[in-house]
Design a protein around this ligand. Structure first.
Ligand SMILES: Nc1ncnc2c1ncn2[C@@H]1O[C@H](COP(=O)(O)OP(=O)(O)OP(=O)(O)O)[C@@H](O)[C@H]1O
Length: 227
């Protein structure tokens, strides 16, 4: 599903932000990416979104070589990859419903489909009752739920989350992680960059640890409860 082969990314001369990374994430996996500040985690996410190009190496997503995707095709490619960020990135002057509907409008989804899929997504994240609220009327945890609904409304196979709990207290951080776990259990491949090692340890998922642009460990989660 997500494959990196000898991928490097240098922003300038000197130590590369990513240095010869090879990595395989299978369909349906839940993977944490951890590592100190500057280890290359956000660079990796940007490469997967094709916001950046690798200096060397090949990235394949859903059997598509990202190097072969032309600029014009990038928006279409990104429909297959949902993304959420630490700072939610909601449209401040649009309510909850409109924020989620917007992701569908821009790709030309028929209004009839939008009217059915937006309430479904808002129910899934537990926000059906707040569809008329504006972002500033919501807690951080609720704003992140809206962002997750927006990221998933076009039914991508992959969800990338770059520090999704970085602005949340412990309770809300757990709620969001549990929501991401549910989403994964329904079949979406989920990749979460985080500094919250307490949650990472408790969730018992695969953990990829980065340091100075390389992967220093890749530990499988504890699957004993799945047998
Ligand atoms: N636009 C840029 N131009 C030049 N160097 C950059 C740029 N973005 C990141 N870097 C450098 O690349 C390296 C990796 O940065 P990156 O943001 O990927 O790390 P990170 O692990 O996501 O860090 P954090 O946990 O602080 O978000 C760092 O040394 C950083 O200074």
């Amino acid at each position: 599903m997500i494959k990196l082969e000898h991928v490097s990314k240098s922003y300038s001369a000197g130590i590369p932000a990513l240095n010869d990374i090879s990595l395989n994430i299978e369909e349906g996996e839940f993977v944490f990416i951890v590592g100190n500040s500057g280890s290359g985690k956000s660079t990796l996410i940007k490469l997967l979104l094709k916001e950046l190009e690798p200096t060397k190496g090949v990235i394949t997503i859903n059997n598509r070589n990202l190097n072969a995707i032309r600029r014009k095709q990038i928006p279409k490619y990104r429909r297959n990859v949902g993304v959420v960020f630490q700072d939610f990135r909601l449209l401040k002057d649009r309510n909850v419903y409109e924020n989620v509907a917007f992701a569908q409008k821009v790709i030309g989804t028929p209004a009839r489909l939008i009217r059915s899929s937006v309430p479904t997504m808002l129910s899934m994240v537990g926000l059906a009752a707040k569809y008329k609220s504006y972002p500033k009327q919501l807690s951080g945890g609720e704003q992140q739920r809206v962002a997750i609904a927006r990221a998933l409304v076009n039914q991508p196979k992959i969800l990338l989350a770059d520090e999704p709990t970085g602005n949340l207290d412990n309770h809300n951080a757990w709620e969001i992680m549990k929501l991401l776990e549910e989403i994964n259990q329904k079949g979406t491949t989920v990749v979460v960059v985080t500094h919250n090692l307490e949650i990472v340890k408790a969730m018992k998922k695969r953990v990829i640890t980065m340091k100075k642009g390389v992967i220093i460990s890749d530990e499988k989660g504890d699957c004993s409860d799945e047998d």
